[in-house]
Structure formats: structure tokens, C-alpha cells
Design a protein around this ligand. Structure first.
Ligand code: ADP
Ligand code: MG
Length: 363
């Protein structure tokens, strides 16, 4: 059986406990949630300095491959993650996004430039997809509560009500003073679709500033493979088989200095009356997207974009998703369908070293 949410949380809490008690360091940690797994094929001279954190409901693991890396660097990463949480976690009382939501229908709220830019970026995706990607999705996300204890199919009336409050066109942005105003009372911005990618980019920037150029930054399926693997080698990243336990890839890709982000139906879900309800919602229906996709993986340079894109392509579906990606520079995508077919952008097809025969390319 795959790990359910409670189990993941328990593991995460245990890890957090380890962190708090100060036992950080270069230990290998189990990779329980990532959609992509790094495979080390040869023994390496440089042992990574590694730490595990828990944030955004997600296990975060950072490995720095550099003998100069110190415990201070790991603590800085932790502080950085906490800062991001304080800014964009809508469930954290007092965070910037919390305040924006709290003041919906009442007043505009001034936020930091970083938060403003992230919301603005999410808005771009909303516009480009006509609201299929919608950062104002908070009410539907809360109602479905997928990935949390007690999740069940809500009543149609409840869904209709929540749906009315999910409309990015009612988010007002004022660039001059970084204010955000939600026009209707009860509206809620949710950055769950983009926040982990953003955090990966921030960690990357920090490590680069410190002079490091080899690291694996992994926020539960949202990976940045920084630079090269020690020995001037490309990283070898596994693409998770959506139907198998963690660590079973359908194949691998070799990358250097790229982010690899997966959105999958196995990430967060619940099952009711034999039907699986996953956590990416269709704003048009108010229900989880149910379009035959098992997972979408994006490979590009910006993890923020990759995170937004993995969610975007999931809602758009295979055909529109592939069109969308062919118009996006330096970005590759792979869809895995529930019936075990692979649909890839041209560049991804070239990259993928498929090792699992039960999956076949369909395009
Ligand atoms: P994961 O959290 O597993 O990495 P994603 O990056 O694909 O997954 O983001 C899914 C999250 O995005 C959901 O948990 C929810 O918070 C939010 N979300 C769900 N549906 C949409 C949507 N249509 N547009 C924007 N955000 C969404
Ligand atoms: Mg995403």
C-alpha cells in the first residue's frame, strides 16, 4: 500500500523531531514523497551535507555537495523556508496571504514585493489558461480538504457556493504599492500550486550566493538538481511510476542544472465508493480533475514556473497541455496516463531513458 497522508505526516513529524533535537548533518534520509528520485550510480568523493525539513505539508530535503558547506548553511535554509511560510501560507495565521484573505471584501493589503510578484505570476497563468489555473481556488481547496483527515465528497450546494468565490478576475493587483485586494468577502488565495517551486528557487539562489554549485533540493516531488553531480557528471533523475511505490521509476533522465517537477494523482487523494479523488481541482466544475492523467512532469530552469506548469498542464489535459508547452521556451513535459501511455514534448522524449516496458509512448 502506498503511504496515506497521515503516515506521511507521521514520518514528517518524526523527521522534524530529529531536526529540532539537532541531529542534522550528512545522513541519507528516506525520500518518501518525491515524484522524482535521484539515483547515485557511483561512489562519490564528496559526501553531501543533508538536512530534512517540514514545511507546506511537505517533506523537504536539501543535499549540498560541497565540502565547504556548514551547519550554518542548513540553518539558513531553514530560516528561509520559515520566511516563505510567513509570507505565502494561507493557513498560517498572520502570514501575508492570510491577511489578504482575511481582508477580502474589506480592504486592500500591502504585501512584500516577493509575495506580490508570486501572486502576479500566478495571475499570469490564470490569464493564459482562462482560469483553469486559478490562484483564487482557496475555498474549493478548503472544502474538499484533500490530503487531510476526514476528506469526503462535499454536497453539490456546498461546491456551488465555494465555486462562486473562486475567480481570479476578482483579484485586484496594484503594482505601484504592492497591494492585493480580493473583491468579494470570503475569497481566498491559495498558492499550493506554485509555492514549493518558489521555495526551491529561493533555496537555489541562496546556495548559489554562498558559492555552491552542486546540490539536490527536493520539496516533495518538486526537485531542483543544481549544477552537476560531483565528478562533472549529469544528475540521473528517476521519473516516478504513478502506479508503484516510491523509488520505482518508469525511466530516468540525465540533467544538469534543471528543475524537475511532478504533479500526480498519487500525491494527495482520497477514495470514496471506489473512486479516487485527487487534489487538483477543475474551477469550471468545482470537482477534482478527472481526465485520465496520472502525472505530469515538467523540466525547465525556473522551479516556480515548473510548479505552476505542472498544475496548469494537469488541468488543461494532454492535448491542450502539449500545445501549451510547445509554446513555452526551454521547457519540456511528460504526461503519464492512467492507461500507462506516455505523451511527451519532443525534447522530453529525447531525454527519457525508458526502463519500464509496461509504459509506451503514444505520440
Ligand atoms: P503538489 O502539492 O502535490 O505538489 P501541485 O503543485 O500540482 O501539487 O498543486 C496542487 C495544489 O494546487 C492543490 O493542493 C491546491 O492547493 C492548488 N490547486 C488545486 N487546483 C488548482 C487549480 N485549478 N489552479 C490552481 N491551483 C490549484
Ligand atoms: Mg504545481
Amino acid at each position: 500500500m502506498r503511504m496515506n497522508k497521515t503516515a506521511i505526516l507521521l514520518v514528517a513529524m518524526t523527521m522534524l523531531g530529529t531536526l529540532i533535537s539537532g541531529c542534522g548533518g550528512a545522513n541519507e534520509t528516506p525520500n518518501t514523497k518525491s515524484g522524482t528520485n535521484e539515483h547515485q550510480t557511483q561512489s562519490q568523493v564528496v559526501q553531501p551535507l543533508s538536512e530534512t525539513y517540514f514545511i507546506f505539508d511537505t517533506i523537504v530535503n536539501v543535499k549540498i555537495y560541497d565540502n565547504r558547506a556548514t551547519k550554518q548553511n542548513l540553518e539558513d535554509v531553514e530560516a528561509l523556508l520559515k520566511d516563505i511560510d510567513q509570507k505565502i501560507n494561507r493557513q498560517l495565521e498572520g502570514s501575508e496571504i492570510y491577511k489578504v484573505n482575511e481582508n477580502s471584501g474589506i480592504a486592500a493589503v500591502q504585501v512584500s514585493e516577493e509575495t506580490y510578484n508570486l501572486v502576479a505570476k500566478a495571475m499570469d497563468y490564470a490569464k493564459r489558461t482562462n482560469g483553469m489555473f486559478d490562484p483564487a481556488i482557496g475555498n474549493l481547496v478548503s472544502l474538499w480538504n484533500i490530503g487531510h483527515e476526514g476528506a469526503h465528497v462535499p454536497e453539490p450546494e456546498e461546491i456551488a457556493e465555494a465555486q462562486k468565490l473562486c475567480d481570479y478576475r476578482k483579484i485586484e493587483l496594484n503594482e505601484a504599492n504592492h497591494e492585493i485586494y480580493l473583491q468579494e468577502k470570503g475569497m481566498s488565495i491559495d498558492l499550493g500550486s506554485i509555492g514549493k517551486g518558489y521555495a526551491a528557487d529561493k533555496i537555489y539562489e541562496y546556495l548559489a550566493d554562498q558559492g555552491f554549485n552542486s546540490a539536490i533540493i527536493d520539496l516533495g516531488g518538486n526537485v531542483y538538481a543544481m549544477g552537476q553531480k560531483p565528478g562533472n557528471l549529469p544528475w540521473n533523475i528517476g521519473i516516478q511510476d504513478p502506479d508503484q511505490e516510491r523509488g520505482n521509476p518508469i525511466g530516468t533522465i540525465k540533467v544538469e542544472d534543471k528543475t524537475i517537477v511532478t504533479s500526480g494523482i498519487y500525491e494527495r487523494f482520497f477514495i470514496e465508493d471506489g473512486k479516487l479523488y485527487q487534489h487538483i481541482l477543475d474551477p469550471r466544475t468545482g470537482y477534482p480533475v478527472d481526465n485520465g492523467i496520472s502525472s505530469v512532469t515538467i523540466v525547465t530552469n525556473s522551479s516556480t514556473n515548473a510548479d505552476a506548469l505542472s498544475t496548469t498542464l494537469f488541468v488543461l489535459g494532454i492535448e491542450d497541455g502539449l500545445k501549451f508547452i510547445e509554446n513555452t521556451e526551454d521547457t519540456e513535459a511528460l504526461f503519464i496516463s492512467k492507461d500507462k501511455k506516455l505523451f511527451a514534448s519532443s525534447g522530453f522524449k529525447e531525454m527519457l531513458n525508458k526502463t519500464n516496458d509496461s509504459y509506451e509512448f503514444d505520440n
